[in-house]
Design a protein around this ligand. Structure first.
Ligand code: AHR
Length: 517
């Protein structure tokens, strides 16, 4: 897309014009025939790190567990994850990736060396979940693996041989080793991260030093046969724009496919993260405000990338995002276990709407993390498992995967607090391959319902064919092992469509997705 068209699209898309009015009414326009960009399904990626109870005691229970499992991974989790169509899964970290040595995680499990997980609780890692277990899980889930290689404490040779071990189909020392370990055919791996947070836990490098190293490592991560790597450079910490411009300047475009960006939402700040439950309305407001800040980061990193890559060939890969609060009282501080409330569902909806809006540059994202860590989809306790409010958003929003983004305009009231304001409605619309239109709306206002009238132009759609809602008693509502269905996906009856006019009342603190056919 050329720059001029981009500018025009930027003006047309998602213009949120707050009314100076106390009336909770909103108007929208959806242009169903004007979409040009695709919402890459990889925006719905997940992240599973060797951290706390994400892998062990989360996904992986081992083949001998009395919890029903398939090759050691819990069946209930596999079924739940399949249901939300996970497009890719990032592994083994995070900070853990830069101290992980893949050769310790292959071969007979009882002979694998142990290590200390220095980043996350100082626990002993027995390496029982390694390359084969991860890639077999991806096959079981029908998801693409995204492997993050070790630049911080590894070597070029180690990373290069990992690629060969996994993807080479001919005769070679690494292919031979893979076959000895029981896997005849290579796996397909597209997404390959060259280090993680190399400005910090991944080696405390300067951007110049990282770029130099990236070129060395990436050179030897080869494409074998039909396996073509999509190489992702370790990107900036939040608003470190110098990191992005140094990488764009010093790494030739043909050597990478994307730059990562990590952004976590705190109720307040890194040093005052706030609690996952029991927060007050001011904290709620600040959390959503902090989450929405990612839009500015995307725009500013994109502006730098545009200078070097105006065709937008490279992706901004937001491979760690989500809410990070204080750990649940009584749990290991290094395990990052937190509850998940309706606030997190609203935060997820707002964030995904922003990613959609910028899908010409944001080609992939990974929420942190999938099970039992940070803003998780799933929490487990022994044999029990619950789906979080955030899981239900990923379920509701899966209709947007690989659909065409539709230009929309929103005029709405503001949600005001602390002398500041946010547009009360965050929205996104897309058209899928079968022509169905999906409009997702998030009403972040915790107290006021909003009546929306929406003109849907450029379509012959006749009916509301499906409509779903996620809401709860208040923004603190969550699912527990005793009440697992407190916040869930339900049918929404409050939408009417006639002669191109969609009218609906979106309840306070809710997410709604309407399908028109
Ligand atoms: O997701 C938890 C940690 O946050 C990751 O290991 C690291 O990359 C980030 O700082």
């Amino acid at each position: 897309m050329n720059t001029q068209r981009n500018l025009l699209a930027g003006l047309l898309l998602f213009v949120a014009i707050p009314f100076i009015s106390a009336q909770e009414k909103a108007q929208m326009v959806v242009n169903a025939d004007l979409g040009t960009e695709t919402i890459n399904r990889h925006i719905y990626g997940q992240f599973s790190e060797h951290l706390g109870r994400c892998i062990y005691d989360g996904l992986w229970v081992g083949e001998d567990s009395k919890i029903p499992n398939t090759n050691g991974v819990r069946n209930d989790i596999i079924a739940a994850l399949k249901h939300i169509n996970i497009p890719n899964l990032r592994w083994p970290g995070g900070c853990f990736a830069d101290e992980y040595h893949w050769r310790d995680g292959i071969g007979p499990r009882d002979q694998r060396p142990k290590m200390v997980n220095t980043h996350w609780g100082g626990v002993t890692e027995d390496n029982s979940f390694g390359t084969h277990e991860f890639l077999n899980l991806c096959e079981e889930l029908g998801t693409e693996p995204y492997i993050c290689g070790n630049m911080g404490s590894g070597s070029v040779e180690e990373m290069s041989k990992w690629v060969e071990y996994i993807t080479f189909d001919g005769e070679s020392p690494m292919a031979k080793l893979r076959k000895q370990n029981g896997r005849e055919k290579p796996w397909k791996v597209q997404f390959w991260g060259v280090g993680n947070e190399n400005w910090g836990c991944g080696g405390n490098m300067s951007p110049e030093g990282y770029a130099e190293n990236y070129r060395r490592y990436a050179t030897y991560c080869r494409n074998y046969g039909t396996n073509h790597l999509f190489k992702i450079a370790g990107g900036p910490n939040v608003d470190d724009y110098n990191w992005t411009s140094t990488l764009m300047k010093n790494i030739p475009g043909h050597m990478m496919n994307g730059i990562s960006l990590h952004y976590y939402t705190f109720a307040d700040s890194w040093t005052n993260k706030g609690n996952a439950t029991g927060f007050d309305d001011n904290e709620y407001f600040r959390t959503i405000e902090n989450a929405a800040h990612i839009e500015e980061l995307i725009e500013r990193h994109t502006a730098i990338m545009d200078q070097y890559d105006p065709e937008k060939r490279l992706g901004l890969i937001i491979d760690e995002w989500g809410a990070w609060y204080n750990v649940e009282p009584g749990t290991n501080p290094g395990f990052l276990y937190q509850q998940n409330t309706l606030r997190d569902a609203l935060l997820a909806g707002v964030s995904l709407n922003i990613f959609h809006k910028h899908c010409d540059r944001v080609k992939m994202a990974n929420i942190a993390q999938m099970v039992n860590v940070l803003q998780a989809m799933i929490l487990t306790e022994g044999e029990k498992m619950i789906l979080t409010p955030t899981y239900h958003v990923f379920d509701m929003y899966k209709v947007h995967q690989d659909a065409t983004l539709l230009p929309i305009e929103v005029k709405c009231s503001n949600y005001e607090r602390l002398g500041r304001s946010l547009p009360a409605v965050s929205a996104s619309a897309s058209k899928d391959k079968n022509g169905a239109i999906h409009i997702s709306l998030v009403n972040i206002d915790p107290a006021n319902d909003i009546e929306i009238s929406c003109a849907v132009r450029g379509t012959n759609a006749a009916n509301v064919s499906n409509a779903q809602i996620i809401t709860g008693e208040n923004v603190r509502a969550c699912n527990t092992f005793d009440k697992p269905e407190n916040v869930r996906l339900a049918n929404f009856k409050g939408a009417k469509y006639k002669n191109g006019e969609l009218t609906m009342k979106i309840p306070a603190k809710s997410l709604v997705t309407i399908e028109l056919k």
